[in-house]
Design a protein around this ligand. Structure first.
Ligand SMILES: [Zn+2]
Length: 403
């Protein structure tokens, strides 16, 4: 059943699409986003996207506001081996395409600069980092050979442009208006400049279901395969020339799939669309598996939470937003939300303030751990605080093959 979309297809501009799943969220009060939207597959090119009425300006405001409060790298857990390996691999891919150490390389959304550090370690010295978080930028500026700026995809002022290569790693799945964003990238590249684009691989979401609908969330609004990402690049005036796929750990033992393309500026790139043959079917499989897991979670909550008994929810991320909308948790007698991330503390959810863990006191009130990815670290924090409350663990992954 096709529908006229609120939003143009981010790849081909078409307005007819097939709904794959209807998402509902209960978000914190600072997240001024739509409480529901359909994830759809474009009828013409097969790209999937969140058909959201939220504007680019509203997303920009949200990311700017949240990154202002980002505490920077010092607040994150220590840099770990798996991240070092991941960014070293990415730097070596880039080295194979631009081996000249004087190449001007920009990383947009550079966060705490791990990829730039890896390039710096390889001897590159004309590196630029751009990130909306002032704390991150301050940290990244200390890496040898790096100049960092507070900014975003639409705000690339730097003395080092035009760049030889611009890196967009896990950026474009967040961007509503991709056409102007990529035109902006192109304007800051030299005439044969290259873009490296890495995104989650929507064609393999179903093979990595740890948490239900983990990849359909309030911030990931475009869902690409290699085919649809190549379509996007060609239509933006780039000729894709090298691709790859990988898995990245989102939590210990829980990888998620990603893909990348290198593409060169090319006015002759052409704008023909190659329709993705199976992204729609792969995503419908993903929806089916996610729904089963969500059903298992709902059953566990119904069994474990007696009517009217008070409940504390630990974790206020994307899973909580869906559980509050779609499961028994939304009807429970919630008395407190807790989150260890300072960005979330002090925000309000369902009219309740989000507390830091230190404010909890031992009691008979059940704590629901509303995160599958971070269950173990939250359970450890509950133990370390000496809390004697009963703790409810959500069912974890069902087999992706059981459908
Ligand atoms: Zn399309």
């Amino acid at each position: 059943m096709k529908k006229q979309t609120l939003r143009e297809c981010p790849v081909c501009g078409h307005r007819q699409a097939e709904p794959l799943h209807s998402l509902h969220f209960v978000l914190t009060e600072d997240k001024n986003l739509a409480p529901a939207c359909d994830v759809v597959a474009c009828d013409r090119c097969g790209t999937a996207f969140a058909d959201t009425p939220v504007t680019q300006r509203e997303y920009d405001d949200l990311y700017a506001k949240r990154s202002r409060y980002a505490a920077g790298p010092a607040a994150h857990s220590t840099v770990n081996e798996r991240d070092i390996g991941r960014f070293r691999d990415m730097a070596m891919e880039i080295e194979s395409v631009v081996p000249d150490r004087s190449s001007r390389i920009a990383d947009i959304g550079c966060a705490n600069g791990q990829m730039l550090s890896a390039l710096s370690a390889l001897g590159y010295r004309c590196l630029t980092g751009v990130d909306p978080s002032p704390a991150c930028v301050q940290h990244v500026n200390r890496i040898p050979g790096v100049e960092a700026f507070v900014g975003s995809l639409s705000d690339l002022a730097s003395a080092r442009q035009p760049f030889d290569i611009i890196v967009l790693s896990h950026v474009v799945e967040h961007v509503r208006d991709l056409k102007p964003a990529l035109a902006h990238v192109q304007a800051h590249l030299n005439s044969a400049g290259i873009v490296y684009v890495e995104v989650p691989d929507a064609s393999r979401y179903v093979d990595f279901v740890w948490s239900p609908f983990q990849d359909f969330n309030s911030e990931h609004i475009n869902h690409f395969s290699l085919t649809s990402l190549a379509n996007l690049l060609r239509r933006a005036g780039f000729a894709p020339f090298r691709s790859g796929s990988k898995e990245i750990l989102s939590a210990p033992g829980m990888p998620y799939p990603a893909i990348f393309w290198f593409a060169r500026r090319d006015p002759e790139a052409g704008s023909e669309i190659e329709k993705d043959p199976d992204l729609r079917d792969r995503l419908l499989d993903y929806v089916r598996v996610s729904k089963r897991l969500m059903h298992d979670i709902d059953t566990r909550l119904r069994e474990a939470l007696p009517d009217g008994a008070p409940v504390i929810v630990w974790g206020t991320g994307e899973l909580t937003a869906k559980l509050l909308a779609d499961t028994e948790l939304g009807r429970a007698n919630l008395v407190a939300f807790v989150d260890s991330n300072p960005i979330n503390q002090g925000q309000r959810l369902r009219g309740l303030p989000i507390l830091p863990p230190q404010e909890l006191r031992s009691s008979g009130t059940t704590i629901v751990v509303a995160s599958i990815l971070h269950h173990d670290s939250i359970a450890a924090a509950i133990r370390d605080l000496g809390l004697q409350n009963p703790v409810l663990r959500l069912p974890c992954r069902i087999s992706a093959s059981a459908s």
